[in-house]
Design a protein around this ligand. Structure first.
Ligand code: AMP
Ligand code: ZN
Length: 493
């Protein structure tokens, strides 16, 4: 295979590097999972789907990959994990549920959404609450190494002390002196020696019901600690790849490095990978600002952003048309264009079986296949890969029109390459071959009915316009009249 050519952009060194795994043929990869207090939004999905692509491609290259992605079910407080409410407890109070019911509900939602996107499950999916023992052991070690102190039942990481011998800021490029001069946190409000210190263990307030005994107090672990505990437990003190969204670089991943170095005297991760943000109306999709869209509302079309429903595989295809390291803005127009492109590709794939063969090929299929690998080997460049796959549409048309020729053997390579990249690597699904409706054709038919209804209204034939709306509604297709015209949604897809 071509794995010796794989290059990855490493956020730690800020350069594209040749990828060499620690153990030949096997790769350890850790990705920060969701905090399960609400439904995952499409921005979260972009990050997880980016790493699904990485996981799939590494496996496709023949590596044995152990992919660990955690579930954060404790410790992630509202302000970068450091202070404020625990959102899981907050939601439990609001919905009158046990905190673990909240965790279960949104973990199930996350799994359901990822399955709809045809993402592979990770090899191990550990939870923070299932690893309290390991987290306490790490805190004890960090205290013994002299890099943490306790105050009033809580334990804090001593960033200043750590920075004397190590580099706090190595990943984010931040400088500790600058951070100190830019903070205005009042010393009196906290037990910390320094505002940059972060919690390893927090003593629980009486109302904080998610609590565990520890040598310091009944309390709960700091957010950053769980990822250090679970990544090193399952992948070792030094492993290959650690991923997450760019917004986790600081403080979360910076703190993970500090904890691991303080505890194990080695840099934990060889390649740090960070995905860029999905934006909506030019702003980061985010739960806290309300600027987000839920996957299920896209599949049904029940939202104010899109003109119609889109299938999970089309949304995923849309995402992969941008490189994971670029910002991607979400819009109805861009999705419609992706849907058309996706349908063209799937059509080309479907008619490949019937393509005529001849004694010799005029198409250099090997070099085309290689260019697909080259794209993915260049830091998982899916938009370039997709551009190469689009060339297949041209090939297929030219073959059918007799303008190009292909041998039987090359046609097999052509088909194998399409299958490999469309389904194995990109993890797309062929909507039409699965018997679900061909969304583009359905949309065109509904658009026609919308036009007929508009005509009926213009003619003051309200019996007809109401009939169109009501009968569509009875079939589960809702028309919505807005200032930009009429859109539709489906109650189930
Ligand atoms: P959280 O549940 O908030 O910890 O987020 C889960 C993952 O989604 C993290 O890796 C975040 O970096 C990522 N994420 C959050 N918002 C976005 C976004 N708008 N675009 C891409 N990834 C995001
Ligand atoms: Zn993490």
């Amino acid at each position: 295979m071509k794995h010796q050519d794989l290059h990855i952009y490493n956020s730690l060194t800020k350069s594209k590097e040749k990828f060499t795994p620690i153990h030949e043929g096997a790769i350890g990869m850790y990705v920060c999972g969701p905090t399960v207090y609400s439904n995952v939004h499409l921005g979260n999905c972009r990050t997880f789907l980016s790493f699904d692509l990485v996981f799939r491609y590494l496996k496709h290259l023949g590596y044995k990959v152990r992919y660990v992605r955690n579930i954060t079910d404790a410790g992630h407080l509202e302000n970068d994990g450091e202070s404020g409410d625990d959102p899981i407890l907050k939601k439990a109070r609001l919905e009158q549920l046990e905190p673990m019911e909240v965790v279960q509900k949104y973990t199930v939602d996350f799994h359901t959404v990822m399955a709809k996107f045809n993402a592979l499950p990770p090899s191990i999916e550990p939870t923070a609450t299932g690893h309290i023992y390991e987290q306490i052991a790490i805190i004890e070690k960090i205290i013994a190494e002299g890099f943490a102190y306790q105050k009033n039942g809580s334990v804090y990481f001593d960033v200043m002390k750590f920075n004397e011998t190590n580099n706090y800021g190595i990943l984010s490029g931040r400088n500790l002196e600058d951070m100190i001069s830019n903070t205005r946190e009042l010393a009196a409000q906290t037990d910390k020696k320094n505002p940059q210190d972060f919690a390893l263990w927090k003593k629980a307030e009486p109302q904080h019901i998610m609590r565990w005994p520890s040598p310091w107090s009944e309390g709960f672990p700091g957010w950053h600690l769980e990822c250090t505990a679970m990544s090193t437990k399952y992948l070792g003190n030094n492993f290959d790849i650690h991923g997450g969204g760019m917004d986790l670089k600081f403080p979360h991943h910076e703190c993970e490095i500090a904890q691991a170095e303080a505890c194990n005297h080695t840099s934990p991760v060889n390649y740090w990978m960070h995905t860029n943000m999905l934006t909506l109306n030019g702003k980061k999709m985010s739960k806290s600002t309300g600027n987000f869209i839920l996957p299920n509302d896209m599949f049904t079309g029940e939202n104010d952003v899109l003109s119609k429903p889109f299938s999970p595989t089309v949304i995923k295809f849309f995402m992969y048309q941008a490189h994971y390291g670029s910002i991607l803005d979400f819009s109805s127009e861009a999705l419609e264009a992706s849907e058309k492109g996706y349908n063209r590709l799937m059509d080309a794939h479907r008619v490949l079986d019937e393509a005529p063969t001849s004694a010799k090929s005029s198409i250099d299929i090997e070099s085309w296949r290689n260019s697909c690998y080259e794209a993915m080997n260049d830091d998982f460049n899916s938009p370039i890969l997709i551009a190469h796959l689009f060339e297949s549409v041209k090939f297929v048309n030219a073959l059918n029109e007799g303008k190009e020729t292909i041998s039987k053997k090359d046609l097999e390579i052509f088909k194998k390459t399409m299958d490999d990249f469309l389904f194995d690597v990109l993890g797309l699904q062929d909507n039409a071959s699965e018997g679900s409706q061909d969304s583009e054709k359905l949309s065109a038919a509904i658009e026609l009915l919308i036009q007929l209804r508009n005509q009926a209204r213009a003619d003051k034939d309200f019996a007809m316009s109401d009939k169109i709306r009501d009968e569509l509604a009875a079939k589960g297709i809702q028309l919505k009249d807005g200032k930009d015209g009429t859109t539709f949604s489906l109650s189930s897809l």
